[in-house]
Design a protein around this ligand. Sequence first.
Ligand SMILES: [Zn+2]
Length: 109
Amino acid sequence: MAIIRCGECGRAISDRAQACIGCGAPLNTPAGFNLTPQRSISPPLTRRQLRQRALLSVSLLALGVLAASALEHRAAGHRVAATLAALLLICGLCACVVTLLQGVASRRS
Ligand SMILES: [Zn+2]
């Protein structure tokens, strides 16, 4: 939810309101249909949160690498374990990328 200004009277109102609470003017951009790109309303992550997420994603990735290398030395046939290792790797990689992007974003703002 964000606070916007009424185009008619200039009063600060919620963007979820159907009409201005001051003058009753209808809002032409209902929240559900606003397709213009907006910045995230949630506050940027703190350094501590970022560090925690980075640690989590890196450990996930490391776990995937460990599992994959452990499987490599064994005979084939561990399909479930191999799938799990691959999933861990992919999730860890994604988490790393997301955390990296969040870190860049929070540094910019
Ligand atoms: Zn108004």
